[in-house]
Design a protein around this ligand. Structure first.
Ligand code: CA
Length: 231
């Protein structure tokens, strides 16, 4: 049974989320305080976290960042304000999905299921039954099935979106993509963010995989056009 942590200070919303998720056979734990929520997120094993943005104690921005720096668990970010969601996207904190309040509980359940299925496909036992699909380019190794990246043997921790962006570019080398094309490709579901998100993610990827991020060996900037993965 998948374990889901809800960090949400509005008790009515937290209860609604819990009820619907429990009806779908998930094991659910609720924490109303941000600081206690962060502690619980870090100290126990979760299959997914539903994280509210505005919380007493530690806010959702900080929780997302702290959890993401040590765990790959899917995070669905919830906020009453679309501007906050845009801000989270722009910061590239590594949430996997975003929902704006008010939302229908069945929408939340659908997204939870989709992320769990995707995450299990990538990490579950089924993935090891067949050889993983691996891309290797000049010291960069991308394991598409395990969602893992190594540079000259050293593993790098990428968020889901960073991984998808890097993999997409690496699978289409020598092709220049505009930021708009990349944004549509990677954030296709609900394109409410803006193309600055792409810039932020490219910067983060470079910080992680490039020896000298000012002289990138993998993802080149084509000024005035976009980005290209060097073959
Ligand atoms: Ca709140």
């Amino acid at each position: 049974m998948s374990r889901i942590l809800i960090i949400e200070d509005e008790i009515a919303i937290a209860d609604l989320e819990r009820d619907y998720l429990e009806l779908s056979d998930f094991e659910v734990e609720v924490e109303h305080d941000g600081t206690a929520g962060l502690e619980l997120a870090l100290n126990e094993e979760w299959d997914l976290i539903v994280l509210d943005l505005m919380l007493p104690g530690t806010d959702g921005f900080e929780i997302c960042q702290s959890v993401r720096s040590v765990k790959n668990v899917p995070i669905i970010m919830v906020s009453a304000r679309k501007e906050d969601i845009d801000k989270v996207r722009g910061l590239g904190l590594g949430a996997d999905d975003y929902i704006t309040k008010p939302f229908s509980p069945s929408e939340l359940v659908a997204r939870v299921k989709a992320h769990l299925a995707r995450y299990e496909r990538l990490t579950g036992p089924a993935a090891t039954a067949v050889p993983n699909k691996v891309l290797t380019i000049r010291g960069l190794r991308i394991d598409k099935d395990a969602h893992r990246v190594w540079v000259h043997g050293e593993e790098k921790s990428l968020t889901t979106k960073e991984f998808e962006l890097l993999t997409f570019l690496a699978e289409n080398p020598n092709h220049v993509f505009t930021k708009e094309e990349l944004f549509r490709q990677i954030w296709n579901m609900d394109s409410i963010g803006d193309i600055a998100t792409v810039t932020v993610h490219i910067k983060k990827i470079r910080e992680k995989i490039e020896a000298d991020k000012n002289n990138p060996q993998y993802i080149e900037t084509i000024w005035g056009v976009g980005y290209r993965f060097k073959m």
